[in-house]
Design a protein around this ligand. Structure first.
Ligand code: FAD
Length: 508
């Protein structure tokens, strides 16, 4: 009797575990575009279009490779509307009683499969370099789970940027070279873009019809939607952007959405590229002398370090991780996260780019929208929903630790040793937004003072009990304590006034 082989929308890899465990001469692949996956949060229309188009093309590649594929489109009247519903329907049609699946990247779906009334063999997703067992072994008995030490193990395990037992270039980490603000006149190519073909056009029409009211612009749609396209995007990045990736990794420029970033996370996260082949391409460019060590190391660290590490944390910490809120923050996420007006130029830029492209780079996510939400005391669950909705690369295993842990400190420091908060000075140093902002970054209080300046000290003051003994934050409290009392009072009362206006829905 044939078995069903489930392939989810972020499992579009020919050698994904479930396919390897199946027999293409007998088993039937099930792929389904289901409403439940498109709406459990209100995903950006570009993200939905990316996933659905890539699924359709992957199904066609599977058929070309000899697989039988039962594919259900979103508008199929028989569509059961959920992954489990579709498996049950196909099982009945095919007379199948067993399902082979690869572990999904979020607890929600893992549980749905575990508790489905079907016999499901769940295989580990070994497209990642660190298995659950390896991460658990690494984490066992450690007081803190800092990424840097995990990363060194991953360098040794993969052999990437290694000279024998030593790190290439004599250091594990070149981060201190990677904090240059970008000059305004730099030439930037941006990522490789793709014209929609007929399959993509059909999906775009479907998404416009079914999800047109979700936040985000559907068109222009320029993502790659198959493996060849994603490989082209990788080669383009390595040639045109990687050499300067390190230097300007943390920079932000008005009107420049991509700078020297890869924009490869959407492709890696749905399975069109593997993390190791991306790193191998970078290693090759480094070996050929085409990219400096700070760029190659900085980039490889993001992938075999951060990307693998956050996945390890997500599965290690368990199902309730997304509900953590150690700082007891409860403010509603302001409407300007969903496109309403704001006078803060940096936030407007990041949200505008996010709406247009379903993309923002790391420092924009961490130090602009994340920083503001944390300083303002926004409810981390709402912040998590926002990040999960609006980015094309957002899947819970990677989004939640970055949001709940790194950005909002809602996990109490599992990921970050201190909260990522800054006043306007940091944004001013790393970007040119402040020059064109209607607030003044140099003003610390009073009319026109940058809200990040007010909220930064308000946050530290509010959470003094928790943070003043943190070794990395003592200096901040000493600076605050050295300020004159009347200045501190003015900062706190201006911050309170700002937050009141924010809560009243005024344009701030
Ligand atoms: P580059 O800057 O060119 O980096 C190269 C690659 O490194 C990325 O493609 C990505 O795969 C990996 N990487 C870099 N930083 C991280 C990180 N912190 N965690 C995991 N992988 C990383 N990344 C996602 O893939 N999906 C998300 O939903 C997501 N949500 C985030 C939410 C917040 C609040 C923050 C602060 C970060 C989030 N990130 C997420 C991490 C990071 O911002 C993105 O991976 C990166 O911006 C993707 O763009 P890029 O491909 O141009 O990356």
């Amino acid at each position: 009797m044939s078995r069903l082989v489930l392939v989810l929308g972020d499992q579009l890899s020919m050698d994904v575990a479930a396919l390897r465990a199946a027999d293409k001469t007998q088993d039937v692949v099930v792929m389904a575009e289901v409403r439940e996956e498109g709406t459990y949060v209100r995903h950006h229309p570009k993200k939905i279009a990316l996933v659905l188009t890539s699924m359709r093309k992957f199904a066609s590649d599977l058929r070309d490779a000899g697989w039988t594929v039962d594919y259900t489109t979103l508008d199929d009247p028989e569509n059961a509307g959920s992954v489990v519903g579709e498996l049950l329907r196909r099982a009945e049609q095919r007379g199948a009683s067993e399902v082979i699946a690869t572990e999904p990247g979020e607890w929600r779906l893992v549980d749905k499969l575990r508790f489905a009334p079907l016999k499901i063999a769940l295989h580990d997703d070994d497209r990642f370099i660190a298995s659950h067992a390896m991460f658990e072994e690494w984490a066992k008995g450690r007081k803190t789970l800092r990424m840097e030490y995990f990363y060194r193990e991953m360098r040794r395990k993969t052999g990437l940027l290694m000279d024998g037992d030593a790190p290439a270039g004599g250091q594990w980490n070149f981060d201190h070279d990677n904090r240059k603000p970008a000059p305004g006149d730099i030439q930037i190519q941006g990522p490789l873009t793709f014209e929609p073909d007929d399959i993509t056009r059909n999906v775009l029409e479907l998404v416009a019809r079914e999800f047109g009211d979700h936040f985000g612009d559907l068109e222009p749609f320029e993502f790659a939607t198959d493996r060849d396209g994603a490989l082209g995007a990788l080669a383009h990045f390595v040639e045109h952007a990687l050499p300067r990736f390190g230097d300007y990794q943390d920079a932000m420029l008005d009107g420049q959405a991509y700078l020297y970033h890869a924009v490869l996370s959407p492709y890696m996260n749905i399975g069109l590229l593997t993390p190791l082949e991306v790193c191998d391409a970078v290693q090759k460019a480094f070996d050929a002398g085409d990219v400096p060590v700070n760029a190659a190391e900085g980039f490889i660290r993001q992938i075999i370090g951060w990307r693998e590490y956050v996945r390890g944390i997500y599965f290690l910490e368990g199902r309730e991780y997304t509900q953590r809120n150690v700082l007891a923050h409860s403010r509603d996420l302001p409407a300007f996260y969903w496109g309403a007006e704001t006078r803060m130029r940096c936030v407007r830029q990041v949200v505008g780019q996010t709406k247009a492209n379903a993309y923002a780079h790391h420092i924009q996510r961490l130090m602009v929208t994340g920083n503001f939400a944390l300083l303002a005391g926004a409810d981390p669950a709402q912040v998590h929903d926002w990040y999960l909705s609006v980015y094309a690369d957002a899947f819970e295993w990677v989004e939640a630790p970055n949001t709940i842990g790194m950005s909002q400190f809602a996990d109490g420091g599992v990921i970050a040793s201190k909260p990522y908060v800054s006043s306007g000075a940091y944004i001013n140093r790393m970007s040119d937004h402040c020059k064109k902002c209607s607030y003044k970054v140099s003003k610390k209080t009073g009319e026109g003072a940058c809200p990040f300046n007010l909220l930064y000290w308000d946050f530290l003051n509010r959470h003094r009990d928790r943070f003043e003994n943190n070794a990395r934050m003592g200096n901040m409290y000493r600076t605050w304590d050295r300020m004159r009392q009347d200045h501190r009072d003015a900062v706190l009362s201006d911050a309170a006034r700002f937050l009141k206006r924010l809560d009243a829905g005024e344009v701030v």
